[in-house]
Design a protein around this ligand. Structure first.
Ligand code: MN
Length: 275
């Protein structure tokens, strides 16, 4: 449920609504934009009468959401999410950010060689798989609660954050879907980019490497992804793809990657972005 406060709502009025929602058993996530404050109430109370909120002072309107992605929905943050990093890179704005590197970290030499080459070509972030977890914590149907306990334990022991809740800085990624067409590893669904941009305020990445699985298909799909509005590109680059321990067939040679970056620098301005 989304509660949009009036532009003139006072902090006291906002707090009264927050307290009311918490008393009703909801957890409340607040976002304050330039003009107004929006509260997302998450909970299982399907019987809740929204008129109880509409009559509270300072409330503009209450919007019941049936979609299971309340926090990621565009209505929660109409202006879109910007994710800023200490090195000055911001994802979700007018800049297209390219993340590139090998599928898996194989050795110090392999990773450092790839990092040097992709950064010289203009990539702003390095990728490199350390583990191979499922993409979404919600779709895992294996160990259930036991797996969550193990994750928590491992996170605490090694000082790492653990997944599912509390992090607003999420980037969604299109990396191919299953279709009847098996010529490519997956079918990269470029239409997902404008669809997700409409449904969600979160930045959208495109991964033409896993989306196609074939090296020569990666540059055309990368070019199309930028043209379609992707905020981020994930591209696998390996210094010696023929010897890669995983996903070599879809990894670009460093000079192919540099050539692709030159092409993307021409496409991005044509659609009002920069690289
Ligand atoms: Mn891979």
């Amino acid at each position: 449920m989304i509660v949009a406060m009036q532009e003139t709502a006072s902090e006291e009025q906002i707090q009264q609504v927050v307290e009311h929602l918490i008393r009703m058993g909801f957890s409340v996530h607040r976002t304050t934009g330039e003009r107004q404050t929006v509260l997302a109430a998450v909970g299982a109370r399907v019987d809740f009468d929204t008129r109880n909120l509409e009559v509270l002072s300072g409330v503009e309107h209450v919007h019941r959401i049936s979609a299971p992605y309340k926090l990621a929905g565009r209505s929660f943050r109409p202006q879109g999410t910007l994710i800023s990093f200490p090195n000055g890179v911001t994802i979700g704005g007018d800049q297209v950010v390219v993340m590139a590197g090998p599928c898996s970290v194989e050795s110090r030499e392999q990773l450092f060689t790839a990092a040097e080459k992709v950064s010289k070509a203009g990539a702003r972030a390095l990728r490199g798989g350390a583990f191979k977890p499922r993409t979404s914590p919600y779709s895992f149907q294996g160990l259930g609660l036991e797996a969550l306990k193990l994750l928590r334990e491992a996170g605490d022991r090694f000082g790492m954050l653990v997944m599912s809740g509390g992090n607003y800085d999420v980037i969604l990624c299109e990396r191919g879907i299953r279709t009847f067409e098996t010529y490519t590893r997956n079918t990269l669904d470029i239409s997902a980019i404008p669809i997700i941009h409409k449904l969600s305020h979160l930045p959208m990445a495109s991964d033409p490497s896993h989306g196609t699985g074939l090296r020569d298909k990666v540059p055309p799909m990368a070019r199309a992804s930028v043209a379609a509005g992707a905020d981020v590109l994930l591209i696998e680059v390996h210094p010696d793809p023929d010897k890669a321990l995983s996903d070599g067939a879809q990894s670009l040679y460093p000079d192919h990657f540099a050539q692709l970056m030159d092409e993307l620098r021409m496409i991005a301005p044509a659609v009002g972005r920069k690289l």
